[in-house]
Design a protein around this ligand. Structure first.
Ligand SMILES: [Zn+2]
Length: 540
């Protein structure tokens, strides 16, 4: 993608220094895996000290940190550290977070990502991404958050925080029956993949194969993709734990992944693949076409919406897939797939490392939707300090007794129907991408053929600045009547709220939607998104 060009630059001295520090500490780090007993003990301690840990982080990384944006918000709210302590004692942690929200202590995703200034009453200020860094941690690995609409936020991550998340991963895999599996990844190169490889190593199950949807050695990518991947391999070798070399396996040629799964199944093992839902759908279809039997394999899928249509496409190949939910800002998974799900993407929220609240109807005055998730960091090892931050996601959140092994860990909060509520604004009217997903994944394939991943809506700006939407239809879908597809899209979206009906009429009048027969686009991070924003400056 042309967008990637923005990242091309020579390696800076600072990045080189970070890379060297990361590499030097890696062998020692890898020699100390986390065991199940240790993980259980650590989880118990975290849950017992949850409120104290939060207050300790708040004191050192917020109140004593002049750069912290939350220090400013708390000052505007008139909340001294003593007041916060008292509030947590009286209301509990989540109760205190609610009160803080009501006093203006929160950040919307646009504020957090510095797309707009923070305005509270008469105060107005901007936040630079570096102000979110936790001053209490050392930085070893620069990770960048994904973002189809932005370059992402730099998230310096150190090895201790990777270890923190590995504890939860060890417990989750134990509960999900994945601990004894042979793991492989099929994701995108970069910090998130590397932290995942390291977490697998830490729980005593280094991945056998490391497939990447984008070639880390591609000349369009920043050189750090290549050297950070190499550093992990060198570190593994020095620690006596050889790690797999990455294998470039594009989404349209998934058979190497299918063949690895097939070989492991035939040898009597339990292969487990970690990937994106859209990639999993491609893989399963390709395996069915090539008559490769994947029955019995396990997938963990996340990073894009996990929908019923996608799960169905995967299960047709005999694969059992569980969702995960996470984001780079929280340094890994904050949702592990429930074994007795109520929805396709039903996950357990591990509340030992973060707190989540929803503000419901109160969110309106803060510009947040009813189901917006506000996340907070709890531990001094968190790479970023988050205090009531919306990362642009919403979900249905509830306490539920599902009776699955993850519940026995004490993680009783469930999330499902997790979507980004960053909105499509073409035509000047917004709608939630939730509605687009339903139309693209279910309604259009049911009427015109194909499956999830075969239709994609691409939003772009024309030379005049006016919006245009291209509806990409995969050529494999066969002959379709463009007018009928457009009509169905607009009618289906227009069946929603009044605003959506207006939008659908507006789009029809302005011929805003154009059908194009081509393979759906991948974003710079290699994922297929339902809406792929392409701005003119990025095309230049
Ligand atoms: Zn469960």
């Amino acid at each position: 993608m042309k967008v990637i060009r923005k990242h091309i630059s020579v390696v800076s001295f600072q990045e080189l220094a970070l890379g060297v520090r990361f590499f030097l500490r890696l062998p020692v780090f890898l020699r100390r895996p986390v065991t199940l007993t240790e993980s259980e003990r650590i989880l118990r301690q975290r849950l017992e000290n949850r409120e104290g840990d939060f207050l300790s982080l708040a004191r050192s990384a917020v109140y004593q940190n002049p750069a912290s944006p939350y220090r400013r918000l708390l000052a505007l709210a008139g909340c001294e550290f003593g007041d916060l302590e008292k509030m947590v004692r009286q209301e509990g942690l989540e109760g205190a977070l609610h009160k803080l929200f009501q006093s203006g202590v929160y950040l919307r995703v646009e504020e957090f990502k510095d797309r707009c200034p923070v305005v509270r009453g008469s105060a107005k200020f901007e936040i630079s991404p570096s102000q979110h860094r936790n001053p209490l941690t050392a930085f070893h690995l620069p990770v960048r958050s994904g973002g189809s609409r932005s370059e992402g936020t730099p998230i310096p991550t150190d090895l201790i925080s990777i270890r923190d998340r590995a504890v939860d991963l060890r417990l989750a895999f134990g509960a999900q029956g994945l601990q004894g599996s042979q793991h492989a990844l099929w994701t995108i190169p970069g910090g998130a993949a590397i932290t995942l490889v390291l977490r697998f190593c830490l729980i005593g199950s280094p991945p056998e194969r490391w497939f990447t949807l984008v070639d880390p050695a591609a000349s369009e990518l920043h050189p750090r993709y290549l050297w950070s991947a190499r550093a992990v391999q060198w570190g593994g070798r020095l620690a006596g734990k050889p790690l797999p070399r990455w294998e470039y396996t594009p989404r349209d040629d998934p058979l190497p992944v299918a063949r690895w799964i097939d070989r492991r199944l035939r040898a009597g093992y339990s292969p487990h693949l970690f990937t994106f839902p859209s990639a999993a759908v491609y893989l399963c279809q390709a395996a069915l076409d090539a008559k490769i039997d994947l029955s019995g394999a396990r997938f963990t899928i996340g990073g894009e919406p996990v929908t019923r249509a996608r799960l169905d496409a995967i299960s047709r190949a005999g694969v059992v897939a569980l969702p995960w939910y996470g984001n780079a800002e929280s340094n890994g998974p904050i949702g592990f797939g429930c074994m007795r799900p109520q929805a396709p993407d039903d996950v357990h929220f591990p509340h030992d490392l973060n707190a989540l609240i929803q503000v419901g109807a109160d969110g309106k005055k803060g510009g947040l939707s009813h189901n917006a998730l506000l996340i907070s960091s709890l531990r001094r090892t968190a790479p970023l300090v988050l205090l009531n931050v919306s990362l642009g996601d919403e979900a249905v959140m509830a306490e539920r007794k599902c009776g699955c092994p993850l519940e026995r860990l004490g993680w009783t909060t469930h999330l499902h129907t997790i979507r980004s509520y960053e909105k499509l604004t073409a035509g000047g009217i917004n709608f939630l991408d939730n509605d687009v997903i339903r139309v693209l994944d279910d309604i259009l394939p049911a009427r015109f053929g194909g499956g999830p991943g075969d239709y994609q809506l691409v939003e772009e700006e024309q030379e005049t600045g006016s919006p245009r939407l291209r509806l990409l239809v995969h050529p494999d879908v066969g002959a379709v009547d463009s007018d009928a597809v457009t009509r169905t899209l607009l009618e289906s979206i227009g069946a929603g709220s009044a605003g959506e009906r207006v939008m659908s009429l507006l789009w029809r009048d302005t011929d805003i939607v154009q059908v194009e027969r081509r393979v759906p686009l991948a974003s710079p991070t290699g994922k297929i998104l339902h809406m792929h924003l392409r701005r003119r400056k990025e095309d230049a």
